[in-house]
Design a protein around this ligand. Sequence first.
Ligand code: CTP
Length: 375
Amino acid sequence: MQIYKVGGAVRDRLLGLPVSDVDWLVVGATVEQMQALGYRPVGADFPVFIHPKTGEEYALARTERKSGRGYGGFTFHASPDVTLEEDLIRRDLTINAMAEDLQGNLYDPYNGQSDLEQRILRHLSPAFAEDPLRVLRVARFAARYAALGFTVAAQTLELMRQITESGELQALTAERSWKEIERALMEDQPQVFIEVLLACGALKELLPELDSLFATPGERGQTTLAVLAHAAAHDQPLHVRWACLTHDLGAAIKAVNQRFKAPRECQELATLVGEWQHHYQQAAALDASTLLDILQKFDIYRRPQRLEDFMAVCEMIAHGHSLHDCSQSAYLRGAAAAAKAVEVKDLVQQGLTGQALGEAVKAQRLSALEAYTQR
Ligand code: CTP
């Protein structure tokens, strides 16, 4: 049997980037041989194994054919007579279809290295279309390697457009799409992900609410991209980036959250931003009772980080609109401190309980905020 390093590990090493995950390919072996060597099968009916010591993935060389709609619709053929070239040709991009043997020799039957040098994301064959997730993957790679000067080949973008037009993107599960979105959002230039999806028409299928912002006057789509780019430049976490991406979708935010089954933290922040971002801009003009409503809604007493995350998104939104005055954050932080300064235990010591206690706490917080707003 021959063992090769394949996929991202080879690509990233050639690009001089750090390699975290290594995928291995085994040519000329049977399932039984792998098991006899102590490799653990990943699933009952997939020819992928885990190395007993390193925990890395070893896949038997296979050919794949699409046999139906969606991710489940694949039949594959794994056997010791499948060659390295046959395995590599089923892969998505030329730059992902290189292999390296244990002596460090490079195998590059489909000119991946030349495309790496030319900074081109190019599909390998028409079989690219067999997995519609690849449309999102290419957009994600474009975002990841934008700083290195990579662009999507014109023919690949055209193929992505055809896949989109065939309606196949609708067959993607929320989980698979979200995984790509999540990874793309965490890249250094996540806005490129959206730009590529927009360019091939896929944004209209995946996120029509965002797509339509690019058709409305006022550059709302471009502004959203600028907001997202700022969030990445400021190293913001996933939920902040997600709320930046969705900040201008209005009432559609809920449906978008649900469509991708976004994690709770992402959903929550996106919803709060949708609801309260306009209040942020006018923070200094809010009366004490509205301020109290906001602080209660954010539950600043138990979850102080939520207000911080909200303000981070609002600051990114302000940057995206070329407004660089973020004094509202300091103002809201001051209001939160004033409300928090009310000592519940003093009221408890006065013998208050239940509803009476709740009302008294609220009244004291309100007067603290009244004092704060009149400073
Ligand atoms: N692959 C593919 N089509 C897919 C998913 C994966 O052709 N839909 C192939 C590619 O050759 C890819 C390899 O399987 O390089 C490994 O996939 P994966 O680990 O998902 O991606 P990487 O290329 O390793 O990239 P990343 O750094 O994003 O993990």
